[in-house]
Design a protein around this ligand. Structure first.
Ligand code: SIN
Length: 463
């Protein structure tokens, strides 16, 4: 019998399941199986692969309620958010089912009459994916959709905190007709599975969503076998509100961006930069709205904010709040917790901090929790300088009704995803990816399939 992993509900600490972990030999066998399956799956027609992806999406949507319940149980997010994530996950499958049909090559004019030059693209090989606990379904389909559309085979390791949704998603893939050796799941600890994926000669691509330090390690380890890497890593999103902004619109976008998934998304607003002329009115409205959010078990009706995932996450968030308070921040909302380390649940009330300065840790580290620090700026250049003053470059938000300022922010913010008067820019049909230490490559959009393809050039001579 292999080692068992206990999966718990972060809202109650209750045990949900004990699942068997793969060991080195089962993982290596699955990698070989995925590699062998690639030889035939990559030769299937794109239309057949599109049909499989569409059928998988249909089954995901037919099972929306049960998948959402499972997700809320293991991740903690409110049921409405889980339902939304299931639909979001399905949208990546249908989007890439269509993109499969547009894997164009090209012919290139030769510099003589005796040659023809042809460029084609083909699937890269077996793809190994490592996915996070904050979006247990969508971060998998955002990778599996384009991989299968391109003709790759796929093996995925879900996060240890949330494997149950993924186990069900993979079952649904097989029910949809996708062969079992084409989509496989491996359960294990990241530190054990990561090196097996990166050193395997069968894996031609590693795709990862998670922290920047782990991403750097995977990039280093992948160099040995020169694998392709796609990395969706940490963020530290600025949320800039200019003095001409529609403040009510900014407040509701700020609530959605900051408190979705209890602040545990890579693109969450992490630093509120508010023009000094409007900081009082924005802070009051935002803090009042945050106080009205209902915190609790995501399965209960009307809950807006669930627990944070585990003690490690909780400790980091609380340390940032305490550090900010010690250095002069004022608590405008929240700042309190409801937790029991023995039972294993950790809630943090939506927290808004005022009088924040760059001396505070929260302005330099990703929080991954429901805490909104507010700092002021005097002019647009200062806002841009503070926003860009980080090694991260995933998402940034700016609120202004002036098109000149909007374009200035668009051109000068060094982030891969921008929301202009929009707190929720993520969608299957647009590219999602970071600059600097936030990642390599984009997922979603027409860009999202590129990392799963290789270019082949043919020169025909002697004509
Ligand atoms: C993430 O947090 O990594 C994903 C968030 C999203 O897709 O909006």
């Amino acid at each position: 019998m292999n080692e068992l992993l206990t999966v718990t509900n972060p809202a109650t600490g209750d045990v949900l399941a004990n699942i068997e972990l793969d060991n080195e030999s089962t993982i290596e066998r699955k990698l070989k199986v995925g590699h062998e399956a690639f030889k035939t799956f990559s030769k299937t027609s794109t239309y057949a692969r599109a049909a499989l992806l569409n059928r998988w999406a249909e089954l995901v949507l037919e099972n929306q309620e049960s998948l959402a319940t499972l997700m809320t149980q293991e991740n903690g997010k409110p049921l409405a958010e889980s339902r939304g994530e299931v639909a979001y996950a399905a949208s990546y499958l249908t989007w890439f089912a269509e993109e499969a049909k547009r894997l164009y090559g090209r012919t290139v004019p030769a510099n003589g009459t005796d040659k023809r030059l042809i460029v084609t693209r083909q699937a890269i090989g077996l793809v190994a994916a490592i996915t996070p606990w904050n979006f247990p379904a969508a971060m998998m389909t955002r990778k599996a959709g384009p991989a299968l559309a391109a003709g790759c085979t796929f093996i995925v390791k879900p996060a240890e905190d949330t494997p149950l949704t993924m186990i069900r998603l993979v079952e649904l893939a097989h029910e949809a007709g996708i062969p079992e050796d084409v989509v496989q799941i491996v359960n294990g600890r990241g530190a054990d599975v990561g090196p097996l994926f990166t050193k395997s000669p069968y894996v031609r691509k590693i795709t990862f969503t998670g922290s920047t330090p782990v991403g750097k390690l995977l990039i280093k380890e992948s160099a040995e076998t020169v694998k392709g890497v796609s990395m969706e890593l940490g963020g530290h999103a600025p949320f800039i509100i200019c003095e001409d902004a529609d403040i009510d619109a900014a407040v509701s976008a700020a609530l959605a961006s900051k408190f979705r998934n209890a602040g545990q998304t890579c693109v969450c607003a992490n630093r509120f930069l508010v023009h000094e002329a409007i900081v009082d009115v924005f802070s009051e409205k935002f803090a009042n709205a945050a106080k009205n959010l209902k915190v609790g078990n995501g399965l209960l009706p009307d809950v807006d904010v669930g627990p944070v995932i585990n003690q490690k996450g909780f400790d980091k968030i609380v340390a940032q709040i305490e550090d900010a308070k010690r250095k002069g921040a004022t608590v405008l909302a929240g700042g309190t917790t409801h937790h029991d380390a023995d039972k294993g649940f950790f809630f943090i009330h939506p927290t808004v901090l005022g009088n924040v300065t760059l001396k505070m840790d929260i302005m330099h580290e990703e929080t991954f929790g429901p805490v909104a620090p507010i700092m002021t700026f005097k002019d647009d250049q200062e806002a841009v300088d503070i926003a860009n003053g980080t090694p991260f470059g995933l998402a940034a938000y700016f609120f202004t009704q002036d098109y000149r300022r909007g374009i200035h922010f668009q051109e000068n913010l060094d982030f891969g995803i921008l929301g202009w008067n929009d707190g929720l820019p993520s969608t299957a049909q647009a590219p999602f990816g970071g600059m600097k230490e936030s990642g390599i490559g984009s997922e979603g959009g027409s860009e999202g399939i590129e990392p799963y393809l290789e270019t082949k050039y043919l020169s025909i001579g002697g004509l």
